[in-house]
Design a binder for this molecule. Sequence first.
Ligand code: FES
Length: 115
Amino acid sequence: MTAVERVADLAKVPVGGALQVTAAGEPVCLVRLDDATVKAVHDTCSHQQYSLAEGWVEDGAIECNLHGSSFDLDTGRPRSLPAVRPIPVYRCEVRDGGVYVDAATPLNDAPVPRH
Ligand code: FES
C-alpha cells in the first residue's frame, strides 16, 4: 500500500539539520542534506528509543544525541555502536515546496523500534 503524505513545508527543515514529523502515525525524522534533498527515517534510535531528530547530521548519516550511534540515511544501518539494529527508512520526495513521505511502506525490513 502506498500512502504518501505531505509532512512538512520544505522551508521548515533546516539544511544540514533534522526535524521530527509524524507520518502514518509514526514519528519520522526528516534530514535535509542540501537545498533539494531530504531523507526520512523512523525517529527512534534502535538502541534506547531516543529521538534521532535531536542528533547531528554528518556524511549521509544521523548521529544519536544520547550515546552517539550513527545511522546511514539510505540503508538505516548503524555505522557505529552501541546500536546494532537498523531503523526503518522511508521514501521521501520534495515537490511544490513540501516534503512528502510514505511511512506505510518502509524501504528496508528494519523493525519499528518500540518502547
Ligand atoms: S539511544 Fe541512541 S545510541 Fe543510545
